[in-house]
Design a protein around this ligand. Sequence first.
Ligand SMILES: [Zn+2]
Length: 82
Amino acid sequence: MRPRAFELLDGALRITWDDGVVCYPGTLLRAACRCATCQAAKRRDAPTFSAAGGLVAAEPVGEYALQLRFADGYDRSIFPFV
Ligand SMILES: [Zn+2]
């Protein structure tokens, strides 16, 4: 499902879906990154981020995802719409 709209709000991502609005905290999104680097770090129980990694930017990737950038400079998080 693609969002109707999205915006950044105080370090969080606010998405308007067809069935409602959800606000995703930046720290939760940062911890949920599924890229190979973050997944490998999680397997080693060595997270690559600090709790201060709020969200600072979100850009569409084609029609299928958002690429997120966090306060700690990390910008490799791509979250597909499912
Ligand atoms: Zn990652």
